[in-house]
Design a protein around this ligand. Structure first.
Ligand SMILES: [Zn+2]
Length: 408
């Protein structure tokens, strides 16, 4: 199995210029492919294939030959998918690649990357100086890409071993939520909740900061010096918030999978909350819904489950949170607690959803768990608790709250 490690680069001006030039060179490979392909299309001759494009781009660019080939492959993949979409969705009027690019990510396959003494050497072709980055790559790392994401980043493919055996035969369901990122219940009567409040507060902070800057920016002349300065500040906030959110999301989903392994889960059902988002529920609620990225939660969970050899699948969770897990009475819950008017049952709202999903996914009835474990995916900011460790990116894992039996 492959995962991607992301390294943020902080290049000095000279190296920065090098990296920029490499990306611009990759863009001109793409532009040449576009040009060649366009000519073939307009003159109704045979479309250039892999060999023709490789021949056309060979030895003309200041990049490693395989980096050039990777751009060609990416171009051909885009052509293939566009062709397919034009046939299946003619009403969409898909265009073949036409825009002249200024920058394009540079990729190096595994054979081209060399690692030595805590450095990584990325060749740019014969007779040219290579790009040398002071990064200690892991032993089993492979292909690299140079990507711009509000600053240069190096994406490194890392081969990770997949667990050889299924942890067990248990079933678990995950109810994704915005306040509680994931509510997990197993058919053995265990329950766990990972809160998403850290992520939510980071997003709220980001929205507020961006709002303040946008207000200031609206008073400036567009593209003036002050306007540009504010734009840079906005970009910085966006990129930083994105990194911190990604970090927390990884930690949260890791907690879910770790607990699944502990509970010997073999099959994991992830409820897809699609549909909740499309309701119009007022300005504030709509903003929260719009920034709730449950698709990423599903992706991260699926990937981590695969690595742990747990079979995971998704499906609609429709109606699972509005039914009483004891008597089946239906009503819409208000607040975080689910209280049944018919039989007097009371329990955590998100867990009710997770427990009911067992019926949907595995057709089995599960008793509502007697106790819940609460976990935090790490602290977004330094905690108000005096005994908590300082919230550095890695120390976050240590500061989980102890298991609290909450519901009797
Ligand atoms: Zn009931």
């Amino acid at each position: 199995m492959q995962t991607v490690h992301i390294y943020r680069l902080h290049p000095r001006p000279k190296l920065f210029a090098c990296l920029k030039a490499a990306q611009m060179e990759a863009a001109s490979v793409w532009n040449l492919c576009c040009e060649v392909h366009k000519q073939a299309r307009t003159s109704h001759t045979r479309w250039p294939g892999r060999d023709a494009l490789q021949q056309a781009t060979k030895g003309r660019f200041a990049l490693h030959s395989q980096s050039v080939q990777m751009v060609v492959h990416a171009f051909l993949a885009t052509i293939a998918i566009t062709r397919q979409l034009r046939q299946s969705h003619p009403q969409m009027h898909m265009k073949y690649p036409w825009r002249t690019k200024r920058f394009y990510p540079v990729k190096w396959p595994t054979q081209a990357v060399s690692k030595e003494h805590g450095r990584v050497v990325l060749p740019t072709g014969k007779g040219r100086t290579s790009i040398v980055l002071p990064i200690e790559l892991p032993e089993n790392s492979g292909a690299c890409s140079l990507v711009w994401n509000g600053g240069f980043e190096l994406y490194v493919c890392v081969e990770q071993p997949q667990a050889e055996q299924v942890p067990g035969t248990g079933h678990a369901t995950v109810d994704l939520g915005e306040i509680h990122l994931a509510a997990v219940s197993t058919n053995t009567g265990q329950a766990m909740i990972v809160t998403g409040r850290g992520i939510r507060s980071l997003k709220r902070q980001r929205s507020k900061q961006l709002g303040t800057l946008a207000k200031k920016q609206s008073k400036c002349k567009q593209y003036s010096r002050r306007w540009k300065k504010l734009q840079r500040a906005k970009n910085k906030i966006k990129v930083r918030a994105e990194r911190r959110i990604r970090d927390l999301r990884h930690k949260a989903t890791r907690k879910v999978i770790t607990s699944c392994i502990e509970q010997k889960v073999g099959k994991l059902f992830i409820g897809n909350p699609h549909g909740v988002r499309n309701r119009d529920s007022g300005r504030h609620h709509n903003q929260r819904m719009a920034v709730w990225e449950y698709g990423k939660d599903i992706d991260y969970l699926t990937h981590k489950a695969k690595q742990a050899h747990i079979m995971s699948f998704t499906g609609s969770e429709r109606g699972s949170s509005s039914q009483c897990p004891v008597c089946g009475h239906k009503h819409k819950p208000k607040g975080r607690n689910w209280a049944c008017k018919a039989c007097g049952f009371s329990g955590h709202r998100d867990l009710v959803g997770a427990v009911n999903m067992h019926q949907l996914a595995f057709s089995e009835h599960v008793i509502f768990p007697r106790s819940v474990t609460y976990l935090r995916p790490g602290l977004a900011r330094s905690s108000s608790r005096a005994d908590a460790p300082q919230a550095s990116e890695d120390a976050c894992c240590l500061s989980q709250s102890p298991d609290q039996p909450l519901l009797a």
